[in-house]
Design a protein around this ligand. Structure first.
Ligand SMILES: [Zn+2]
Length: 293
């Protein structure tokens, strides 16, 4: 882990719990780093770059989650690199309570870990306009509000959390999704990259990404089918969430509950917005039921 792997031309990646992209910008070995792992990963990633004579001048974040941005304090202190993120994600960097409040849907209980999802940064984070030549960004809706991926001049694509490895999906059963429609479109986009070098954050680098995309997609449709089956009778969102925990025999914790309940809300919105289910108030509860029409 934490080794530098050459992919093509000036493009490399560092493997780890979160794969990070490296693009060499010039002969001085100044590099753009795409994501920097957790707080614990940061020093290891930095050491790998130093060992290879590389100097980080730009650090681009796919999104604000702690496993993509937690290492930034360490790397920024060492390098004073220019940190860059999309407009919405820059907002989330400002206060760790923002994301936790969004996921919880109100002021969170003390039991939730406000550092779970992302870091709190007072350092300047610049807009995507500051991405240097040789690297282009593209939006990847679905997992988080303003997630982006990057494409390097070598035609290598870094696609962040658009998908999880087959192993990860098998273990977790349900991955965090904010926008199901956007997520499915992002998966289709990644599938269209078949044959190119694709680097997901939490799956192996591949030129044959289709099977992993298809696995992720079918997992999403399976969850929808499970919910649709359960919603033959009317239920509210909390009941649907509890059903999913039971169905997959998931171990409940405050943080897992937070992430899955938020994701279930997103699934119910997608199903309702697409007329697969209906929603209405009953006894002052918002309930959902399969649409039989
Ligand atoms: Zn994430």
């Amino acid at each position: 882990m934490y080794n530098l792997h050459h992919l093509k031309g000036n493009t490399y990646y560092i493997d780890g719990p979160t794969n990070c992209g490296v693009y060499v910008l010039n002969d001085k070995l100044d590099v753009l780093l795409f994501d920097c792992g957790t707080k614990e990963d940061g020093p290891k990633i930095y050491n790998t770059l130093i060992k290879n004579g590389m100097n980080v001048t730009h650090l681009v974040f796919s999104h604000c989650h702690a496993d993509h941005s937690g290492g930034c304090h360490y790397i920024y202190e060492k390098t004073h690199c220019k940190m860059i993120a999309s407009k919405v994600e820059r907002g989330f960097f400002r206060d760790a309570k923002l994301d936790i409040g969004f996921l919880y849907g109100g002021y969170p209980l003390d039991e939730y870990d406000s550092k779970l999802m992302h870091i709190d940064s007072n350092d300047e984070i610049y807009s995507l306009d500051e991405i240097p030549e040789g690297v282009e960004f593209f939006h990847l809706p679905g997992h988080h509000f303003g997630m982006i991926g990057i494409k390097t001049k070598d035609d290598v694509y870094f696609v962040a959390d658009t998908l999880g490895s087959i192993d990860l999906v098998e273990r977790a059963h349900i991955l965090l999704i904010y926008d199901v429609d956007g997520y499915l479109k992002s998966l289709d986009f990644v599938k269209s990259l078949e044959g190119k070098i694709v680097v997901p954050s939490h799956s192996e680098v591949s030129t044959n990404i289709t099977p992993v995309v298809e696995y992720n997609k079918s997992n999403i449709y399976d969850i929808m089918d499970i919910l649709l089956d359960y919603l033959k009778d009317e239920h509210n969102c909390i009941e649907c969430c509890s059903y999913i925990f039971n169905y997959f025999e998931l171990n409940i914790t405050y943080n897992k509950y937070l992430l899955i309940l938020s994701t279930i809300r997103s699934y119910l919105s997608y199903l309702s917005n697409n007329k697969k289910i209906i929603n209405y108030f009953k006894d002052n509860r918002l309930v959902f039921k399969k649409n039989d029409n």
